[in-house]
Design a binder for this molecule. Structure first.
Ligand SMILES: [Zn+2]
Length: 309
């Protein structure tokens, strides 16, 4: 077991809570230990998986993925998209990343490039990076500028190359947050903007769903679980400060947790359809969720906008 918290440096003693988790989403066999620091609240997987293990996990993660680079309705009607996201709780960088004239943007972990394509088509100078070969090939074939990441802890760009960087649900997958933050600091210009979106371990829904909070836990892919304080503390050590933060619960995440609670024996929830997916129930859930969440600031998906000093 690791002795020291990588965020606050406290020694793990009897004040550290332990969780043993299974994969409920992709059906991977095994169980994984997570330790919550009693001092700062950072939750880390222990031991962290090796490269070889991560490779085998990610083979299952993306086994049925097809890269769909066709434009979607949200790009044609941005105002409608924003209104829809207000209701659905979706966290979409197009709704909040402020791109000023002449800025160069990095979408790190761009995945299926939905956001990147939209920014690109609006004439913004944007480049993506991803670890998955099939994603990089598909993006390059479609004329998007995307670079292959070979090492999770190394960003394949020169010093001070970007004005803005955003990472959507990527940071929690990284094994060495300190090394990665120093890389982010290296490739970002002085006073540049960094947006990080991660599951929020302080979310009201984690407290309610507990073990069934699978949108957050997602073992063995999520290696750390952050809240506002732990992410801020880590980033501060690499020359960043918080400009603003907020959190939202996407209805998709909420449904996943409800399914985990309803179907306690199911460990392939990513592929499980249920009555909750019907358009009527889905719309109802969206509305109920927006109302219930109103009094709480800590919801499921945390977004922090950092500035580089
Ligand atoms: Zn700690």
């Amino acid at each position: 077991m690791t002795d020291i918290c990588i965020c606050c440096g406290a020694h793990f003693t009897s004040n550290a809570t332990q969780y043993i988790l299974n994969d409920r989403r992709k059906g991977l066999q095994g169980s994984w230990l997570l330790i919550e620091c009693g001092t700062c609240g950072l939750i880390s997987m222990d031991p962290r998986p090796t490269d070889k293990q991560l490779d085998s996990y990610y083979a299952a993660y993306s086994k049925d993925e097809v890269v769909d680079l066709a434009p979607h309705a949200g790009e044609r009607y941005p105002m409608l998209r924003k209104i829809f996201h207000k209701l659905s709780g979706d966290v979409d960088p197009r709704d909040f990343v402020h791109v000023y004239e002449g800025a160069r943007v990095l979408d790190y972990g761009c995945g299926h490039a939905g956001y990147l394509r939209d920014f690109h088509e609006r004439g913004i100078s944007i480049i993506g990076a991803d670890i998955a070969d099939y994603v990089v090939k598909a993006c390059l074939n479609s004329g998007f500028d995307v670079r292959k990441v070979d090492d999770f802890s190394k960003i394949p760009f020169s010093d001070a190359e970007f004005d803005i960087i955003y990472l959507m649900q990527v940071f929690e997958h990284l094994r060495d947050p300190h090394r990665f933050l120093s890389e982010l600091s290296r490739v970002l210009k002085k006073s540049g903007d960094l947006y990080i979106a991660v599951p929020n371990s302080a979310s009201i829904w984690r407290k309610l769903f507990r073990k069934n909070w699978v949108s957050g836990w997602f073992a063995p892919f999520h290696l750390f679980h952050y809240n506002r304080n732990t992410l801020e503390k880590l980033a501060e050590r690499h020359g960043f400060y918080v400009e603003k933060w907020w959190s939202n619960t996407p209805v998709m995440w909420f449904k996943l947790n409800l399914k985990a609670w309803l179907y306690s024996k199911n460990n392939q929830l990513d592929w499980t359809k249920s009555c909750l997916d019907s358009p009527i129930l889905n719309s109802l859930l969206m509305l109920v969720l927006r109302i219930i969440e109103l009094p709480f600031r800590d919801r499921d998906c945390l977004v922090i906008k950092f500035k580089k000093k």
